[in-house]
Design a protein around this ligand. Structure first.
Ligand SMILES: NC(=O)c1ccc[n+]([C@@H]2O[C@H](COP(=O)([O-])OP(=O)(O)OC[C@H]3O[C@@H](n4cnc5c(N)ncnc54)[C@H](OP(=O)(O)O)[C@@H]3O)[C@@H](O)[C@H]2O)c1
Length: 331
């Protein structure tokens, strides 16, 4: 698989990563299956994927425990990207950016992952109660201590920005400028996909100008862009899509032209799939972009990894770029 470089620490990774969240979090728990998830991770590594994206909050904790079972055997094949600083509370998720907490969270992640060093430690959310420089300083100490190789920031604040009327990712861009003064940022992780393109303005150029890697979260539009979901098919109550405005039957039907476009492009490339076209479109947005498609299925992990071989033509990119904005938002 093509290799790409993640940011300041110049760490090499396979161009397509693996998002491990669906194995333990956010999607229907009744479909989670540890053994088949392990097979998916092994298959991705066999196909040249190296970056495994997880977080202590996924499960909570069980996703890192699962990956620990793989890493115990195949540490050299993997690039471990985990996250700290966000906890699942009784009612909602809570950020904790206090230095002492971050130090304890990192030690606990190392134990669960069965490794002595995390390749990329990402701040899952900035804590509004703690200056971000303080949190980042504690994370930088983890690098000095040899527990972590590089630092990343997650930027999933587009919705909050929209609510306050600020320009999208404005808060994150300010945070990035601040933490960059303390210790180099190696990666930014934010939503980016064919149907969520806000990061193309501001966030992606910020990364490119500074040699920072961009990890594209939710690159398959939570599964929508794969064309395998049926409008009105319904979701289990514990599946994040059951409450997602773009996954009502009406919005899924309204957004079918996006899937139809990915299908048309896929057909021009022989046996390619809409999922692979969605991932290849991301790879074409810059050499610093590494999509992290989430899956718990072996066949889909292999299909997604093969997207690294798909090079879209200029016409394909124009056709996808001309798609209208997706309908259905959180506002
Ligand atoms: N930093 C953050 O706060 C944050 C937030 C969200 C996500 N993320 C990261 O981004 C990763 C990706 O996001 P995501 O997993 O939510 O969304 P996604 O990658 O856009 O889509 C995942 C969904 O697509 C399905 N899928 C995957 N490959 C497929 C294929 N080839 N054909 C058909 N269906 C396919 C999966 O099904 P199965 O699960 O059944 O395999 C799952 O339902 C996460 O795993 C996580 O690592 C980070």
């Amino acid at each position: 698989m093509e290799r790409r470089t993640v940011g300041a620490a110049a760490l090499g990774v396979g161009a397509i990563g693996l998002g491990c969240m669906p194995m333990s979090w956010a999607y229907s728990a009744s479909e989670q299956d540890g053994e088949s998830s392990l097979r998916a991770v092994h298959r991705a590594l066999d196909r040249g994927t190296t970056l495994l994206d997880t977080a202590d909050m996924y499960g909570p904790f069980t996703n890192e425990l699962l990956l620990g079972r793989v890493l115990k055997e195949r540490r050299a094949d993997a690039f471990v990207a985990t996250k700290g600083g966000l906890l699942a509370g009784e009612q909602h998720i809570v950020a904790n950016g206090r230095p002492g907490y971050i130090r304890r969270a990192c030690d606990a992640s190392l134990r669960r992952l069965q490794t002595d060093c995390i390749d990329l430690y990402q701040l899952h959310r900035a804590d509004p109660e703690v200056p971000v420089e303080e949190t980042w300083g504690a994370m930088a100490e983890l690098v000095s201590a040899g527990k972590v190789r590089a630092l990343g920031l997650c930027a999933l604040g587009a919705r909050a920005d929209r609510r306050t009327g600020a320009s999208i990712h404005a808060t994150t861009l300010r945070q990035l400028d601040r933490v960059q003064q303390v210790f180099p940022v190696s990666s930014v992780q934010a939503e980016l996909s064919v149907w969520s393109r806000e990061a193309l303005d501001g966030l992606l150029p910020w990364c490119e100008a500074r040699g920072v890697g961009f990890l594209a979260a939710m690159p398959l539009g939570n599964g929508f862009l794969t064309g395998t979901l049926t409008p009105g098919g319904g979701f289990e109550p514990d599946d994040v899509r059951a409450r997602h405005p773009r996954f009502t039957a009406e919005m899924m039907a309204a957004n079918q032209p996006i899937v139809a476009c990915l299908r048309r492009v896929a057909e021009r490339h022989g046996d390619a799939t809409p999922a692979q076209v969605a991932l290849a479109w991301l790879l074409a947005q810059g050499r610093h972009v590494v999509p992290v498609p989430g899956t718990k299925k072996e066949t889909w992990a292999a299909e997604n990894a093969r997207a690294a071989d798909l090079v879209l033509a200029a016409d394909d990119l124009v056709e996808i770029g001309a798609l209208p904005d997706a309908q259905g938002s959180w506002d």
